[in-house]
Design a protein around this ligand. Sequence first.
Ligand code: GUN
Ligand code: FE
Length: 425
Amino acid sequence: MSVMILKGCICWSLNPDQLETVENGFLVVENGLVEGVYRELPEKFRTLPVTDYTDKLILPGMTDLHIHAPQFPYRGLGMDLELLAWLEAYAFPEEAKYADIEYADRAYEIFTEHLLHSETTRASIFATLHVPATLLLMDKLEKTGLITYVGKVNMDRNSPEILTESSAQKSAKATEQWIRQVRERGYQRTKPILTPRFTPSCSDELMYRLRDLQLQYDLPLQSHLSENRGEVAWVKELCPDTSFYGEAYEQFGLFGGDHPCIMAHCVYSSEEEEELMKKNGVFIAHSPESNMNVASGIAPISRYLDHGLKVGLATDVAGGSHESMFRAMQHALQASKLRWRLVDETIRPLTFERAFYIATMGGGEFFGKVGSFMPGYAFDALVMDDANLKHPQPLTVRERLERLIYLADRTNLQAKYADGKKILG
Ligand code: GUN
Ligand code: FE
C-alpha cells in the first residue's frame, strides 16, 4: 500500500455551507485516496516520511466545469458584443483556425501550459469540430497529468460555412471516428465527452445520432443552456413544440438522467427547467465572468443550491477572460451580490463557503468523489504559499484562504496534485 502524508494548513468543504480548516495538521493519503485529516498524526503513521508544507495552505484542487480551449488565444479581446454577435464575430472565426494542425499545436501548447499552472486540477473542455486538433489537445492534456473530459464539438447548422459540418451524418461519423481513436490511444486521465455546441447549431437528426453514440459508447455530454435572452428566444423559434429550452435536449434523451450531463450557464432557467435538471441530476456550470462579458445576466446560484441542484463553477474562457478559478470565485461572489441588490432581494448572495464549495466539491462531483478531503475522496490538491502577502498581525487559516482567493496569482501556487500524483512543483 502506498501512503503519503502532507503537513500544512488544510482547508476543505464538507457541504455547501460548511468549510473546515486545520492549522498545521496532517493529511494522510492511501493509494491516491484521502484517508483522513488529523491535528496530531496517529501513532501508526509516525514512522512514515512527511512532506513538509508547514504554514502553507493545502486546498482541494479545483474543477473548471466549462472552458473552451480553442478560444484561449482571444481571451480578453472582443468584450464589446452580446453572445450571438460575439460568437459570429470572434468565437467562430477563431475556432475555424483549428483546421490547421500547426496553428492548433501552437495554440493548444499555450492553453495546456496555462491550465497546468492554474488552480484547476480537473476540467470539462470544449475543443472544436476538428478531429485531428481535438486529439492533439487530448495528447497535450494527458501529458500534463490534469484530469479532463474533452469534447469534439458538433455543429451542422446556423454557423458560418468554414465552421459547419456538412451533414448530421458526417458530424456523427467524425464523432465516432474520434471516439474510436481516443480509445486506441488509451489515455489514463483524458476522457471523451459528447459536445453538441448548443441547440441552434445542431439539427434534430444530429441530436438523434448523438444519442445513439451516447448509448453505444456510454458517454457523458456537455452543452449550453438558457444563457442569454437572444439565444433563449431563438431556441423557442427553432423548437416551437418545446415549452422550455431544456426540453430541446430532453426530447432526444440528451439531458442527463441515464448519462452524466453538464449544462453551462442556466441564467434564465424556468421553474420547469430547474425541476427537470434536478430530477435528471444535470450539473450546472456557473460561469459568472462570461455571463457579464457577453451581457447574459446573472444566474441564481444560491437558489439552485437551496433547491439541491448540482452546481459547479467554470471560467468559460473566452467568454471569461481568465483560466483562474480563484478569479471565477470572486466573480461568482460579486455577481451574486449585485443580483441580490439589483434583481431579487429574496435570493441571498453567495457566501464564501458556497463559492468555495462550487469551485471544489460541486464541480468535482462530476468526476466522482472529488473536491474535498473527506475520507475516500481522490487526492487532488493545491499547495499555496502566501508568505509574500504580508499582514501586520497573525491571521486565521480561514482568513488567509479568503484573502488568497482575491490576492493570489500563479506565483503563489507551490505544488499541485491530481488523483494522488504530483503534477507540479
Ligand atoms: N453558446 C454556444 N457556443 C458558445 C460559446 O462558445 N461560448 C458561450 N459562452 N456560449 C456559447
Ligand atoms: Fe461556453
